[in-house]
Ligand binder design. Sequence first.
Ligand SMILES: [Zn+2]
Length: 215
Amino acid sequence: MGANRHMSVDSRGRYTPEVASEVMPGSEGPAGSRSHNLNSTRRASLMQEPVLVLNATYEPINVTAVRRAMVLMLKGVAQAEEMHNTEVHSAAHAHRVPSVIRLLAYRHIPQQSRALSRKNILLRDRNTCQFCVRVFPSSELTLDHVVPRSRGGRSTWENLVACCYRCNNSKGDRTPEEAGLKLARRPRPFTLHTSRQLMRLIGHRDERWRKYLFY
Ligand SMILES: [Zn+2]
């Protein structure tokens, strides 16, 4: 995973609708206890741990990585609200590692939905085949056009769902009705609301996030 590819607050601190893109549950290593003598591998993985980003109003708006959160803090764009009991060392300084940061200036959050991508569709559908309602690893899921492309079905949030290969094969070039399959739920665009739900899922891993997410 690239260090900067998924960042959601850009260099001027503006929010962009890329919420939680780097924090697919299970994509990070376990957040176990860490000594101060981090070797480079562990330091690199620590720098990619998720950090909850709050708006100036304490509203949770985003999840980013430790590395990006520390850049925002150094630039004076954000301050730490919660810290891990861990430090990373640069040439001259030791920096405590943030778990929750807050933007110092309020950011207006556009009610846009996220970029349409395979990864985001699987996130929205929680890696669950929308026909047999079983959970699969990403590698065992494909995207199904609910209305087949051959029937004019488009590649949109409302027409693409996570689907296991077995269901995809049995559906073939048919609509769900024709194939005798039923959608688990109507596919919707990925919104900030969906992102909040994901933040809560991720928040179970870090108790420092809880008071900002469970209210
Ligand atoms: Zn299936």
